[in-house]
Write a protein that binds this ligand. Sequence first.
Ligand code: 16G
Length: 169
Amino acid sequence: LDWASLRGYLSPSITSEAPGENWLLVRPLKSEDYNKGYLQLLTQLTSVGNVTPFEFQSQFNSMQRAGGYYVTVIEDLQKNQIIAAATLVTEFKFIHNCGLRARLEDVVVNNTYRGKQLGKLIVLTVTLLARKLGCYKMSLDCKDSLIPFYKSIGYKLEPGNANSMVIRY
Ligand code: 16G
């Protein structure tokens, strides 16, 4: 699984190194991205709340200390804005020979940048990264309406195993 094998998913075939426009950059999240609209972008996904710069920095540090968080973004270098994001989180397991499991979280593309395959690009980027890290699987929760999107880039519903359950606090 590499960019060559993913060509079929992206047409024209963009990559994280060449995301289609030279003013777009795919890279890991930086703490300065607080000032580049990362949290405002996440409000297009769900509730974010009033997160101060201090709280953001402290959560960023906690993720770095913990390890296993790969928050990936696309920046519009002309506007200095974060316009897409996806997070890969890895989890240590005893099963699968002390394997590593991957989860896909907090995927969002700014709604004014739709139609450039950027959602596919950022999800495929972290999907490849999970593979490179040696994860044995990657999974996600999503709304019914997004099932076709994830199917279009290779994710599958597992028959008999596709239920997402929750307790909200
Ligand atoms: C979606 C997201 C999940 C996010 C959640 C927020 C993907 C693939 N899934 O399920 O990562 O945390 O929405 O919704 O991006 P909530 O505010 O109801 O938890």
